[in-house]
Design a protein around this ligand. Structure first.
Ligand code: PLP
Length: 460
């Protein structure tokens, strides 16, 4: 066993990592995957320990909006570290956190003018749910607690946020809250029966939602939580009008609509927030993270409407506290990084760039349908997903093994050619840095095309 002070060369990093480091979604097999040792990154590229260069297809984890290696970010972060590396958010505030809260409120749809900062997306979702429950308690209706979430949704990895996530395969062997979360079926219109049009499919999904509310009981349903685009579930874009109709149901039955914009915010779809600008809704709460700092440092946030806040703010309630918070809430370094990140995106007009370049990205994505091993491709803005189709085994375990095999092979082949794709079982999701240029999009899809051809030859 290697110990940390015996570290001599960079090969030892992999050894130490395999010995001592548990990664997210860590496999319990004895043959640990050999994780790439990322050494440095610049623009849309990551370099490994051996000096190999890769296009970062997933853009970190749907997060690296402005690309890597920005001197201005390093300067803003180091300046804040030297000036004020921490302040106690219980008893003080800082200029970056106050400025950032004001900026987010100004950009948010409707009256979402109240910002609570968290440490990432999961803690943002946790906080949003805890706030909605707290709200109903203060409003004198403690029985209104049920949550309606969606199959294939992903909202995080804390107990609460994982309990409202609807990716079945992530739930095995894990304990989750149950009884108070109800899942709507997959909204992906690709799954509709032969001969059914998308509008009818959408009607059915809406009807299912309303029936679920009525079944659970409108006075028991507190929350509807939805990503505008189900990202980790495989970039599932709900049918036209779906979100607006869900919001109508929420309004009808006094249900708090949480729009989880952890992926769709900060320009991924060419807008600051997608809820209103892309999908036409003003939700009650929006959660954010990832692209808010382009992943340079951790930060998340919850934007809450004036309506909700004003309902429970009163002289009579002055002794009631929303007892939720983290040592690193509103961390001044993270907030300074977010302000600089937003400044860069605005100065470089990155959202306009996304609007201009994404039709080409989507065209190259759609062209992948030509591959025999591709079942479906989906995308919007600079988000894309390729879903492999190798067989449709009845046996769930066998199907899972074949699906994983597809993902692993694509991953390996793309990586050998200089592209990171991060497979999700039988899907590859793409969300490159927003700064990506047309020739780089071509490089990405050329690699994908040839890798898909090779995997098709091997597996079909
Ligand atoms: C929509 C959505 N919500 C929440 C999360 C959780 O964010 P984090 O990993 O920062 O906790 C994610 C992460 O991928 C996400 O995609």
């Amino acid at each position: 066993m290697l110990v940390h002070n015996e570290f001599k060369n960079h090969e030892d990093i992999s050894v130490l990592d395999a010995q001592n480091h548990i990664h997210p979604w860590h496999s319990m097999g004895v043959d640990d995957p050999n994780y790439m040792v990322a050494r440095r990154a610049n623009g849309i590229f990551i370099y490994d320990d051996a000096g190999n260069k890769f296009i970062d297809g997933p853009g970190g984890m749907w997060s690296t909006q402005i690309g890597y290696g920005r001197q201005e970010m390093a300067d803003a972060i180091s300046k804040q570290v030297l000036n004020l590396p921490f302040n106690n958010p219980w008893s003080s505030t800082s200029k970056p956190s106050a400025l950032l809260a004001a900026k987010l409120s100004a950009e948010a749809p409707g009256d979402l003018n109240n910002v609570f900062f968290t440490t990432g997306g999961s803690t943002a979702v946790d906080t949003a749910i805890r706030f909605a429950w707290f709200y109903n308690n203060v409003m004198g209706r403690p029985e209104k607690k049920a949550i309606i979430a969606r199959h294939k949704g992903y909202h995080g990895s804390t107990f609460l946020s994982s309990s409202v996530s609807g990716k079945e395969r992530d739930k095995s062997f894990m304990d989750l809250g149950n009884g108070w979360v109800h899942f709507l079926s997959n909204v992906n219109s690709f799954l509709r029966p032969d001969g059914m049009d998308v509008a009818t499919w959408c009607d059915q999904r809406i009807e299912e939602f309303e029936l679920m509310v009525l079944d659970v009981g409108p006075d028991r349903v507190a929350i509807f939580i939805a990503e505008p685009v189900l990202a980790s579930g495989g970039v599932i874009i709900p049918p036209e009008g779906y979100h607006a109709r869900c919001l109508e149901i929420c309004k009808k039955y006094d249900i708090i609509y949480i729009s989880d914009e952890v992926v769709t915010g900060f320009g991924r779809l060419g807008e600051f927030f997608a809820s209103k600008s892309v999908f036409g809704i003003e939700p009650d709460i929006i959660t954010v993270a990832k692209g808010i700092t382009s992943g340079y440092v951790p930060l998340g946030g919850v934007l809450i409407s004036d309506r909700l806040m004003n309902d429970i703010r009163s002289e009579d309630n002055k002794n009631i506290m929303f007892s939720n918070g983290f040592t690193y809430s509103a961390h001044p370094v993270s907030c300074a990084a977010a302000l600089k990140n937003i400044e860069i995106m605005e100065r470089e007009d990155l959202f306009a760039h996304v609007k201009e370049i994404s039709p080409y990205f989507q065209k190259r994505l759609q062209d992948l349908r030509r591959s025999k091993i591709v079942g479906d491709v989906r995308g919007i803005g600079l988000l894309g997903c390729i879903e492999g189709i190798v067989s449709s085994e009845i046996n769930e375990q066998k199907q899972l093994r074949i699906d994983r095999e597809f993902g692993m092979r694509i991953d390996e082949k793309c990586e050998n050619k200089g592209l990171i794709v991060r497979p999700l079982i039988n899907m590859c999701v793409l969300s490159p840095p927003l700064i990506i240029q047309r020739d780089e999009i071509d490089q990405m899809f050329d690699i994908l095309e040839s890798s898909l051809d090779e995997v098709a030859a091997e597996m079909l």
